[in-house]
Every structure is written in C-alpha cells, then in structure tokens.
Design a protein around this ligand. Structure first.
Ligand SMILES: [Zn+2]
Length: 475
C-alpha cells in the first residue's frame, strides 16, 4: 500500500506560509460573501460518519458483459466484496452493498436502497467490453447534474490516477446525455434521489492489453482495493488499523487542483465533444524496403478534447490495424503529443498506401491523407527461408527495377527468369550442383543417342533376316 504523507510533514515552512495565505484569502472571500465551496471538503468536513453504498453491477438474469469466458455480474461481486472489506477498515465511514449475492435488482431499486440507508455517495462497479473488441482502458462515468458532476469528477480523477499508475490506459471521466438526463440509469435514478453516484468501468475484458488485469480473483480484488483507497482519499478518511491518513491535502498537484474545483459548475472536460479531431496529417520520413519497414510522421490535434487512440491502414483505408494508444495521451490532464514518428511493419511483397485514423476521447475520428508512391517492400533473397516462396518473389522482383536490394545477384536472377534464379540459389546452397546437373543431362543425351543407334542396328538386322528367309523360300 502506498503511504500518504501530509504535505505539512514534508515542507513545514512552506505550508505554514501557504496556510497563512489560504486563511487570508478565505477571510477576504468570506468578507465579500462569495466563498467557493470546495467539493471534496463537503465530505471531508462532515462531522458525522459518511455513508457509502457499493453497487456490484448487474445480477440475476442481468449478467452484464459475457465475453472471453467472463461473466460481469460475478466479477463485479468479487471486486465489490474486496472494496467493502478494505473500505470498512477506515474510520468514520459506514459501508453498504446493494447486493451480496446473485440478486436481480432494477436500477431504481438500487438507488432506493441507497436512499434508505442514507447514502452520501453510490459507487457502481462494472467491467467493460466493446462491440468490435478493440477498445482498452478504464473510465468513470459521472452525472451531468451539478454539484454531482464535480464530485464524480473529483473521485474519478483520484481513482484513474491510481489505475494509470498500475499501467492501465485511461479513457477519462465523462458524462453521457440521454433523452431525460443522464444516459446511465443508475446515475439518473441516484441523482433523482439526491445521491451523487459514479459508474466505474474498470477495464475491458475482451482486449488483450486489459485482460491480464481481470483474469484472476486476485486481479478483481486488486481493483476493489484500489477503489477503496481512491474513495478514502476522496473522502479524506483515515484508518488507524491500516496506518493510513488521507485527511490532508493530496500530494499530487493535479489532484490538489481538482479538489478545489467549484462544484456549482459542470467540469468542461466531462462533457461530450461531438466534433472530430480538427487536424490529422501524415508524411513520409524514410523507408527500409529490405527491412519491411516504413517510418512516418503523424501530426494531429483536437481543440476540444485529448486524442486517445490511432489506427493505421496499409491499403489506403480499406482495413485498419487494432487500436494503438495515442502517444502521451492523458485524458485526465487533457495533454497529448501533437506530433510523433512511428515505424510501421509492411508485409512482404506489398506496395503500401498508408493512412491514419485518429480518435479523440469521445471516439470521434478523423482520417489523414494517404501516402502513396512506395515501391514493393521485399527482403533480400539471402534472408528468405522458403525456396518456393523465394522463387515466386524473384519473379516479382524482375518487374521491379527500383528495389534497393537489387544487387548483382538479383539482377542476374531477373535476367535469367524463374529458372535462372532457381539455379543460382541451388548453386549458392550446394556448391557445384549445377555442374552435376549439366553432366547428367549430357550423359542422358549420349545414352539416348546410343539407344537410338542400337535400335536402328537391330531394325536393319531384322530386315535383312526377313529378306534372306523370303529369298530362301523362293529358292
Ligand atoms: Zn456493467
């Protein structure tokens, strides 16, 4: 477990001074009657036990995601139990669960249960999968309504910072609008009962990058412990039994800023960006035809939300690669790299037409220009493993004059055509083999000639015999 040091302990002088500044500012703001309420401090300043409800998503007939041998309703229960166990060890918090077994519950029933126990916050536990099994990473969905939006954003940022440290790709803290309020029922039903709620989509069970995080009991429990730590940090809890104290300011400067956001305003970055990235262009940098690699430079930008993934096409946009994480993408801080270079592997014997698709945080994408004018990417013949494949490739090579590896060898081969190149290879592999073949052909020809001569002699002899017999009969 990570220790959480209060800033005061590390920099006593600085903090003393900044405390003075904060007090001074607070006094000025109080005097002008516009004191902003710190969202996190609402929970942090409660003079009573905080009530947390954990909602293991799905249950009963509603199984949730069923991919890759996983069953979401079972996974969420494992994570929720671990979360319950860990969070219960904190002081000043009362924890409830909407279900502890395989129970079917409507979203309204879950929110009503939370209301009945006086919930201050509801955390709904989920695992994700995407239609084309291409997405990866963790995300938190938060309510559209103020002040729940800011609370959700503060918690989401806390949790996702931790999951990012675990190596997970972060898809951000987001809202999704439905026909009447929030698209997600648990957020809508909770908000209707004045309970702030979030949906935690821990990772994608159907993607190779995320799979190792959730394919074991241990992995599912680790998510539960991370959730518990993030909730404790967000609520400013401490635990004597665990020896953890989150009551101070977080060390992370990003979270420090997040915790002082005005909860009466919707956090802009959580709102849907419905325009696709404004810029996406690529250019050729270098090609290694023999090494089957092409290096390109990618430049892209989105003015409203960070870039998140890219895919590339080698056939002019007909088919695309699996999703790649966009370099430097940080959906929490909104940062991303706007220019990067990448080296793509080109399949042997192809002339690529390269283009890129860039995706922003809300899955809107833009396609780049198409790079054309490449020659065939071919390995030098010496490296080829399969002699049959090599022969056919050399036939191709004969038509390509620009190929970089057109050494004297392959030019010779081209001149000789399929047979010529094949003969050449055999010579390389077995030394004087070709000479033996020529000898064999010569011997065979001589033998054939000898047989032919022998047959002719026999024919003549037979004809002579017959003539003599007839001649004798006449006599
Ligand atoms: Zn779910």
């Amino acid at each position: 477990m990570r220790s959480f040091r209060r800033k005061q302990n590390r920099f006593p002088h600085e903090t003393g001074f900044s405390n003075f500044i904060v007090l001074l500012l607070a006094a000025v703001l109080a005097a002008s009657q516009v004191l902003p309420v710190e969202a996190a401090s609402i929970f942090r300043q409660l003079q009573r036990d905080i009530v947390v409800v954990i909602d293991p998503g799905h249950g009963g007939d509603n199984e949730g995601t069923k991919e890759n041998g996983f069953c979401e309703k079972e996974m969420t229960l494992v994570t929720a139990r671990a979360l319950y166990d860990r969070l219960s060890q904190y002081d000043g918090v009362i924890v409830y669960m909407t279900r502890t077994g395989d129970t079917a519950l409507s979203l309204k029933e879950r929110a009503e249960y939370a209301k009945s126990v006086g919930a201050d916050f509801l955390f709904s536990i989920h695992y994700n999968a995407s239609e084309n099994h291409e997405l990866f990473g963790s995300e938190v969905w938060v309510p559209l309504e103020v002040p729940y939006n800011a609370y959700g954003y503060q918690f989401g940022s806390t949790l996702l910072t931790r999951l990012q440290d675990m190596g997970l790709f972060i898809r951000g803290v987001k809202t999704r609008k439905g026909d009447n309020g929030d698209y997600y029922g648990i957020l809508r039903e909770s908000a209707a009962l004045e309970i702030p709620a979030v949906i935690i989509e821990h990772c994608h069970v159907d993607e190779v990058r995320d799979y190792p995080y959730c394919d074991s009991q241990e992995g599912l429990e680790t998510f539960g412990y991370e959730d518990a730590e993030a909730i404790a940090m967000f609520l400013g809890l401490s635990s004597e039994s665990l020896g953890v104290d989150y009551s101070g300011e977080p060390e992370d400067p990003f979270l420090q800023k997040v915790y002082t956001l005005d909860p009466d305003k919707v956090v802009q970055s959580t709102l849907l960006d419905d325009t696709s990235p404004e810029i996406c262009s690529i250019e050729r940098l270098s090609e290694d035809y023999a090494g089957l690699q092409a290096t390109i430079q990618v430049a892209a930008a989105d003015y409203d939300s960070p870039l998140m993934y890219y895919t590339y096409s080698l056939d002019g946009g007909l088919t695309y690669s699996p999703r790649q994480p966009w370099p430097g993408s940080n959906t929490l801080t909104g940062e991303y790299q706007d220019v990067f270079q990448t080296t793509l592997k080109i399949p042997e014997g192809t002339i690529p037409q390269i283009c890129i698709r860039v995706y922003n945080q809300f899955e809107a994408y833009t396609e780049s220009n198409v790079l054309e004018g490449y020659s065939v990417f071919l390995k030098p013949r010496e490296e080829a493993q399969n002699p049959l494949q090599e022969s056919s490739l050399e036939t191709l090579g004969a038509a390509v004059s620009k190929t970089e590896d057109s050494s004297a060898d392959s030019l010779e081969a081209s001149a000789g055509g399929w047979l010529g190149s094949r003969e050449k290879t055999q010579q390389e592999n077995t030394g004087a083999h070709t000479i033996r073949i020529q000898d064999f052909i010569l011997v065979s020809l001589l033998a054939a000639l000898a047989i032919l001569l022998l047959m002719m002699i026999l024919q003549i002899a037979q004809t002579q015999k017959r003539y003599r017999r007839r001649h004798n009969r006449k006599r």
